[in-house]
Structures are given as C-alpha cells and as structure tokens.
Design a protein. Structure first.
Length: 325
C-alpha cells in the first residue's frame, strides 16, 4: 500500500541500515481527501474552478505511534485570461517522526484547457517544483546506545549523517471530463531527482496516478436541476513498488456531503463535510484494517477551501463537476 514505511526507521534508528545498499527509494505523502487537494493530485486540475480558489489540508497519520506523520499543504489557483490557462501554486510540508525527517516543497503549475467536442473537455497541466529534505541525525537512537538495565545512556559510535538536500522536480497531468464523467492521469517526478541524505543514490521515484469517477444527479426537477447527487470514484497510485487502490462513494444533499471509502488491504474511511458556493470544510477518519490495527489510532484529515468571485473570462470555459473531497 502507498503508506510511508518509515515508522521503525525514525524511532529505532533503522536508517543506518540504508547505508549498506546502493540505491533506495522514497514515496510521497498520500491524502485521503484527494479531490480536496486538487493541485497535489493532478497538475491538470489547476484553474478548473475558473475563479480564484484557496485550499488548506492537514493530515495526522498514525498519531498513536511515536513516529507519526503530519502533512500540511496550502494551495491557490485560478484561470487567467492573460496566459490562456490556469495558474496554480502550492506548498507542502511533511514531518515524520516528530521532526526526525522533514520534507518541504514549493510548486508552480500551468494548465491549458482544450475542447474535444461540445460536451468533452481536456486539460493538460505541467508542474515545476523545488524541494528540500532534512534529517535530524541527533534524534535517532541505535542499539549501541542501550544499557540492558539503565536504557539509553551511551553515545552511539555510528558516524553522523543526514543534514539537508535540495533539488528541482517536474510533473505533468491530463484530465478529460464531461458534464457527468471525469478521469485523469498524472505522472509526478518525471526525471526522478536525487534526494540522497545518507546513501550514494536515493532517487525520488516516479509516481503514477489514475483517478476517475462520475456524478449522477438525483430527483431532478423539470429544468434538470437537483440538490442531491451520488458520485462513485476510484483512485490508483503506484510508486517504488508501493500501490494504493481507493474505491468509494460520495453522497450529497444540499450542502451536506458524506462519503465511505475502502483503501485496499489498509483502511476503511468515513468522510463528512459541508460545501456551499463560497466555502467547503471536511473531516475524514481512516480506520486501520491492516496488521497495524488499533496500534496506530488511525488517521485524521481536515480540509478547508474558499472560492472567490471573479470576472467573466474572455474564453468560455467549462468547469469540471468532480467531488470536493
């Protein structure tokens, strides 16, 4: 599954074992409310709301473990007539093991929308990023620091490593949508930049994402309008041998949205949120179903978005009708 397998490393010092291999791979943080973080999901989604939009996301994964993961992101995007496309910007910070391993990135996006027919639109997006990784070697613990009776009282003889590394990165994505159906594919880390901290080579492995779904209105009136809908969705991701498969359903009635999901062989997910024309707020909880079971206390995720008024664009664009969470 696409869950960061670093808990034991940051709490027990298994990081030192990585120095025995020539190449290791990392994986990206994963958000349960992936549509609530559209720019992180797929660069092609930048500007698809037309008007200016701000998204804030916070995830606390496995809070019962000392090596939990806390991930926060903030994004802004809108369609801009001057460049005939969508512009987006987001920052992401991922903290693992209470500050032992920290990742930060700044990302800029451009997207362009093309009409394939009267009913079908296509959007292509390109993303450029700058990222920084840092490892606090002093917060790690090793076996040679342990006294059988008195615990951790010795200094390790292991050579300090870690520090900070930075690099640039590039990603791209494509989305095709109609009034009812939508689907997209994204490829992050196209050139697999090196992010080595303690070994000779540690590429940021390429990540592949496929997402698709549909929105069906219920109880339409004579004008074809409805305040109720259901939306089945699927998300597939793969990175460095880790796979994630999310299958679920959103149900909306007026401003209220409820959702239920299953992440294959990992967790059951419940989601609740409120969405209006101006703002959206949501909460989701991942109940761990893997062998970690109740030891993790699950995962908590919060999302917030605000959409602002904007002038009518010169180019007539259609907005994608996908879920908010």
């Amino acid at each position: 599954m696409l869950i960061k397998p670093l808990v034991l490393a940051v709490s027990l010092g298994v990081v030192c074992c990585l120095s025995l291999v020539q190449k290791v791979g990392a994986q990206d943080p994963a958000f349960t409310q992936f549509y609530a973080n559209p720019l992180y999901l797929n660069p092609a989604l930048a500007g698809t709301k037309k008007c200016p939009r701000v998204n804030l996301n916070h995830r606390n994964q496995w809070p019962a473990l000392s090596g939990n993961f806390v991930t926060t992101s903030a994004s802004y995007d809108q369609y801009v007539d001057a460049v005939s496309g969508g512009l987006g910007f987001y920052v992401l910070n991922d903290n693992a093991g209470r500050g032992t391993l920290n990742s930060f990135s700044i990302n800029g996006i451009y997207s362009y929308q093309l009409s394939l027919s009267d009913k079908v639109q296509m959007v292509a997006g390109f993303q450029g990023s700058y990222f920084q990784r840092s490892l606090d070697w002093g917060s790690l613990t090793f076996g040679d620091m342990i006294d059988p009776r008195r615990g951790f009282i010795y200094d390790t003889q292991d050579t300090p490593r870690g520090g900070t590394v930075d690099n640039v990165d590039f990603s791209s994505g494509l989305v095709i949508f109609s009034e009812t159906f939508y689907g997209g594919i994204a490829v992050h880390h196209l050139f697999e930049p090196n992010e080595s901290l303690i070994v000779a080579e540690a590429p940021l492995e390429r990540k592949y994402t496929i997402h698709a779904g549909a929105t069906f209105k219920l109880n339409k009136d004579f004008q074809g309008e409805s305040d109720a809908s259901i939306s089945p969705n699927i998300l597939l991701q793969q990175q460095f041998g880790f796979q994630q498969i999310n299958i679920g359903l959103y149900a909306k009635k007026g401003p209220l949205i409820l959702g239920a999901w299953y992440r294959y062989e990992d967790s059951a997910i419940l989601l609740g949120g409120v969405e209006t024309d101006r703002f959206r707020v949501g909460y989701s909880y991942d109940l761990t179903t893997s062998r970690l079971t109740t030891q993790t206390a699950g995962s908590h995720e919060l999302s917030f978005a605000m959409t602002f008024n904007c002038k009518t664009q010169k180019k007539k664009l259609k907005t994608i009708n996908c879920p908010a969470f």
